[in-house]
Design a protein. Structure first.
Length: 456
């Protein structure tokens, strides 16, 4: 088997198989205005810009990872999130020689993926008779693709997927030909470090029918078929792209089990567009302290911000994971506010300092990404504990020191009024906070003036 492997590699490298169409690089189109050439140019640019660690190489089966109703949802959910970040290099109608041309003429220039998944060959068998191209030739074309990737990116891990079954019924002659190609590919890859993987039995029923449950035409997969495929891919790529275990504080969570919370979410969303505030110019986003702008801070807001349209998007008891979910799934992108003020951390006193900061950064990043043209104001964590020697004071100071580093003082700002909230002896009195956690109208006046100074 090893001798066969070495022989094939030698023949391919010496172009001794130049007469075999399946291994002779050729573009599908040479018209620069064709969709194929435009896609090729776009994909080459995308690879260089993103440095995507995973590429999906092949024909329309790989291209349809990007299509709604096919593979788009699992592609985005599983293959385009850290640490994977895949790019589809699938082109509808491509044969092995078209893929070879792409890989040798730009797609792997200045770019080395960590892993490549390959599925191609179906168009070779669909568009040419078996006399024109026997299964062994198609298999050689697939092997040539593997060698091209290895030559240009030796450290890339490669997995070749078997060509899908062709035709609904197991007696379809196309089914036999594709199976012969798959068998030949197995032989050509034996003894190499390239994996060969087949999902065909998972997308057919017990009678080997490639039916509507998994395929819309008996040739290509439907959405259900792509979900089957992505589960197999996840198993294959897991050793290459181990998923980092995130602390619970960085995993978005909800409180939909609490009816009042669900109603509050709905109320905020309604007020964003049609409520008393209209589309807001100033948004207070966060937990109890953000909610306080409707109550203890209402007069201070009115005095400091005048006729600016305001939206209070604070909810009592929301922890950082809850706020992260809201930042990702609420109407932050629809606020179009001039400013979003973030108040968070009231109920997260047990979190380690580094976890708190990392979770807050995720919320900040979400808000920043959805605020096109707007600005972010981060309010410092206020003093905790009435006395200056309260151990929570040091924790708050350490966290605020880190939060101050995430702003740029251009489109994002950090406001720390903690010295003004304390008396001359460093105590947090009842004038500012009745419980050393929540704050009075006097405290909101101090915050409002600091915020207004930035806005003005």
């Amino acid at each position: 088997m090893k001798k066969l492997f070495l022989l094939i590699s030698f023949l391919l490298s010496m172009n001794a198989l130049a007469g075999v169409k399946a291994v002779t690089p050729e573009p599908q189109s040479t018209d620069p205005e064709s969709w194929w050439c435009k896609r090729f140019k776009t994909k080459c640019e995308q690879l260089k810009e993103t440095g995507a660690p995973l590429i999906l190489v092949g024909d329309e089966n790989m291209q349809m990872w990007e299509e709604s109703g096919r593979g788009l949802i699992p592609f985005r959910k599983y293959l385009q999130k850290a640490p994977v970040s895949a790019v589809s290099l699938g082109y509808s109608g491509d044969t092995t020689e078209n893929v070879l041309w792409r890989l040798q003429n730009g797609e792997l220039e200045g770019y080395t993926p960590e892993m490549a998944l390959v599925m191609v060959g179906n168009n070779n068998t669909m568009l040419r008779s078996e006399e024109e191209e026997p299964p062994s030739d198609t298999a050689l074309g697939i092997r040539a693709i593997v060698d091209t990737i290895k030559e240009r990116s030796p450290e890339t891990k490669i997995c070749v997927f078997a060509i899908l079954p062709c035709g609904r019924d197991s007696n379809d002659p196309r089914r036999t030909r594709n199976a012969a190609v798959n068998d030949a590919v197995r032989v050509l890859l034996a003894g190499t470090d390239v994996a060969f993987y087949e999902i065909n039995n998972q997308v057919m029923d017990v009678d080997l029918v490639f039916g509507e449950d998994y395929s819309y035409d008996g040739i290509h997969l439907n959405a259900t078929g792509y979900n089957v495929w992505v589960k197999n891919i996840n198993n294959l790529i897991a050793p290459v792209f181990p998923t980092e275990v995130k602390p619970a504080s960085q995993i978005p969570a909800t409180r939909f089990g609490e009816l009042w919370w669900k109603d509050r979410i709905y109320e905020i969303r309604c007020n964003t567009f049609e409520g008393k505030t209209g589309r807001p110019n100033l948004v207070f986003f966060g937990d109890d302290l953000a909610k306080g702008w409707e109550d203890q801070g209402a007069e201070a807001a009115k005095e400091a911000f005048g006729t600016r349209r305001r939206l209070v998007a604070g909810i009592d008891g929301d922890s950082l994971p809850i706020l992260l979910w809201r930042a990702k799934n609420s109407s932050l992108s629809s606020y179009r506010a001039g400013y979003i003020v973030i108040h968070a951390g009231v109920v997260d006193s047990e979190l380690p300092e580094d976890e708190f900061v990392d979770a807050f950064k995720l919320i900040f990043t979400e808000a920043k990404g959805k605020q096109s043209g707007g600005k972010i104001i981060v309010l410092a964590l206020p003093p905790r504990g009435a006395e200056p020697d309260d151990p929570m004071r040091a924790r708050v100071a350490n966290i605020n020191k880190e939060l101050a580093k995430i702003v740029d003082n251009n489109k994002s700002f950090f406001v720390n009024c903690n010295d003004e909230l304390l008396d001359e002896n460093g105590r947090l009195t009842e004038e500012m906070s009745p419980d050393a956690i929540h704050f009075t109208s006097k405290a909101y006046e101090i915050w409002a003036q600091a915020i207004a100074k930035i806005m003005n």
